[in-house]
Every structure is written in C-alpha cells, then in structure tokens.
Design a protein around this ligand. Structure first.
Ligand code: NDP
Length: 339
C-alpha cells in the first residue's frame, strides 16, 4: 500500500472560500473550535445553526450570528459543516437540511461514520468532503491559537461540482489543519479505525484491567494500592505521552531494566492468534459490514432516555457494580483529599 499524501498550507487556496456563506450545524466541541479558527483565518461570513439553548448562547457570546431555523440556514449555505453528534446527524440533516440545500453546496463532515454507512441523503450534484481533526475541539482551538497545526484526515467522499478536493483543502487550511500536514484518508479508513479502536482494542483493555484487578485483589493487594498502581497515579497517561513522543516501544527506555525486560519478554512470549481472530471478527463482522451501525441507529431514541431505560446508563451501572468499580468508589471516597 502506498503512503498517503500529506497536504500542507501551500497546497490549499483559502481564496476559494472568500465569497462563500459558511454554515456550521452545531457549536459544540468541534463546531465552536472550527468556527472560531475559520473566522480567525479571515472569514466573517459564518452562520451558526443551532437549537435554542446554551450552545446557541455560547455562539452569540463568541460574536457569531445564530439561526435557529435550520431550513433558513440550509438555504444560505455554500459550505455546510455538520458538527453535531454522529447519531443525530442523519435525522437532522435529512429532515431539515437536505431538502433546502443548494445543488452545489459543499458538505463537510468531521467523521466518516454517516458517509461510510450512507446515512446522509445528499444530491449527486453536491460535494461531500471529510475534514476530520484527530484532536478534541479544545485542542483544535488552542493549537490554532498557538500558531501550530494538528493532525487531521482529509478526503473527498463525493465529487459533485468537480471542485471538491480544492474546497476540502481550503477548509482544512482555514481551520488550521494543513499547518502540521493534513493526511489524505477516507471515510472508510477513518470509520474502520475509529470503530475498531472503540469496539475491539479498548474493550479488551478494559477487560484486561478488570481481570488484572481481580487477580491481584485475590492475591491480597489492597484496593487502594491497586487503584494507584493501575491508573490513579496517572502512570499509564505518562506512558502514552512518552509513546507519542519517543515511540510506542522506545518509551520503555524510561522504565527500569526489570520493567523493560519483563514487558518485552512477556509480550514476545504471548500468542496473538486468538486475539487476532477476535479482532478480525469485530472488524469485518461488526464494524465494516454495518452490523454495529444498524444496531446503534435503532437505539437513537433509547439513548435520549433518562436513567436505566437508557442502554448506555445500564452499562455504566453494570460497571459501577463490578468488583473494580465498587473498589474504586470506596477508594475515591476514602482518599478524596489526595486524589
Ligand atoms: P458535540 O456533542 O459537541 O455537539 C454538540 C452540538 O450538537 C451542539 O451545538 C448541540 O446543540 C448540537 N446537537 C446535539 N444534539 C442535537 C440534535 N438532536 N439536533 C440538533 N443539534 C444537536 O459534538 P462533537 O463536536 O463532539 O462532534 C461533532 C462531529 O465531530 C462528530 O461527527 C464527531 O464524530 C466529530 N469529531 C469529534 C471530535 C471530538 O473531539 N469530540 C474529534 C473529531 C471529530 P443543541 O444541543 O443546542 O441542539
């Protein structure tokens, strides 16, 4: 497989956005950061589309014009950023925006999910591009303010006007992403990696921590010692920070020789075939085939409910009741002053 193309500031022409009406649907994590970055890049023609609530108030407090009528906002948009949670995008976009959008609008998404699973009803004359920062919104904003870039995936997902790539690059530059280099990607790649991490990698890490906790507790280790040893000391956070800076394996050189040898030798002896098969099963039979997407879409209403009627809250409650969850609760209550 060839290396992806990396786009820098010099590859993008901000002039393409000059006379365009730019509409942001949503002023949350990404919306507030990207709208402010774009404005600071010289574009004042920005409209925020948001329901009446604190996000709208926040946008106004930051000096933006806010439109509560989504149809009116849609009619004006030459470029539309869809920056509301992924699970509500299809309903909001398809109901309120799609019928009113211009035929040549450029639709910008920050996640591949709804495009890859074909949940957005755009027209074949319209452009759909992905500009997906690999950073939380507050970092997208603070790195821009410091004059630094941030990692970002950029792609054309649907070419309607013949100009989609140039617009995707102009948008990437406008929000500050081409300063560090925007990486050419695709909705498929972004969705596969995101959902794989969320549904295969991290669930296994959660499981490993729970099992390790119970084994060590059975061996006589105290809850307090375990919570600190395993995560409350923030050692894992430091390890990942070093991994980003020095290298995933080379960060080990900051550890003792006993630790370095134990980790490398231990990993070397493990047989990865079962986990590899499990990972492939999740990737192909749950993520890429749309099984998870279908199940998750069916939960949209339930996820809005309060308390244990909400499936996400049920899972939190189950974890809180686990041995590790109960132990952490006790430890946090007892050691409130030193955490
Ligand atoms: P947020 O949860 O911060 O979105 C909040 C915004 O969405 C608010 O403006 C809110 O306004 C609006 N919103 C929420 N529900 C609805 C609804 N039912 N109808 C209309 N508007 C609604 O989203 P993020 O910024 O986290 O995510 C936006 C996109 O960016 C997603 O595609 C996500 O995958 C992607 N992304 C997010 C990252 C992150 O750091 N969070 C990182 C990279 C990409 P109100 O409630 O007032 O209607």
């Amino acid at each position: 497989m060839s290396s992806p193309k990396i786009y820098y500031d010099s590859d993008a022409d901000l002039g393409l956005l000059k006379d365009k009406r730019i509409v942001f649907l949503g002023f949350g994590n990404q919306g507030s950061a990207q709208a402010q970055n774009l404005r600071d890049s010289g574009f004042s023609n920005i409209l925020i589309a948001n329901r009446v609530d604190h996000y709208a108030d926040y946008a106004r407090a930051k000096g933006f014009t806010v439109e509560h009528d989504f149809g009116k906002a849609a009619e004006q948009a030459d470029v539309l950023f869809i920056l509301i949670p992924d699970q509500v995008q299809p309903r909001v976009f398809n109901t309120y925006f799609a019928p009113k959008l211009k035929d040549d609008v450029c639709i910008v998404v920050a996640s591949g999910y709804n495009v890859f699973f074909k949940l957005l009803n755009f027209k074949p004359t319209q452009d759909v591009v992905m500009v997906a920062p690999r950073m939380i919104g507050s970092s997208v904003r603070s790195l821009y303010e410091k004059g630094r870039g941030f990692p970002c995936f950029t792609s054309v997902e649907y070419e309607g006007t013949g100009n989609a790539m140039s617009l995707a690059l102009a948008v990437s530059k406008g929000i500050g992403a081409t300063k560090a280099g925007a990486i050419s990607s695709s909705a498929r790649e972004e969705t596969a990696m995101d959902l794989f991490a969320e549904q295969a990698l991290w669930p296994n890490i959660i499981l490993l921590f729970k099992e390790a906790f119970e084994v060590l507790k059975e061996a006589g280790c105290s809850d307090e010692a375990l919570c600190y040893e395993m995560w409350m000391s923030k050692e894992p956070a430091e390890i990942f920070e070093r991994a980003a800076e020095d290298g995933f394996i080379l960060q080990l050189k900051h550890h003792s020789s006993v630790s370095q040898y134990g980790q490398l030798n231990g990993a070397d002896k493990l047989d990865g075939s079962a986990i590899r098969a499990h990972f492939k099963d999740i990737l192909y039979n749950q993520v890429l085939n749309g099984k998870f997407c279908k199940e998750f879409s069916a939960m949209e209403d339930a996820l809005e409910k309060e308390g244990l009627e909400n499936p996400l809250q049920q899972l939190y409650a189950k974890n809180e009741a686990s041995i590790m969850g109960q132990a952490e609760k006790r430890v946090r209550a007892r050691l409130a002053n030193i955490i």
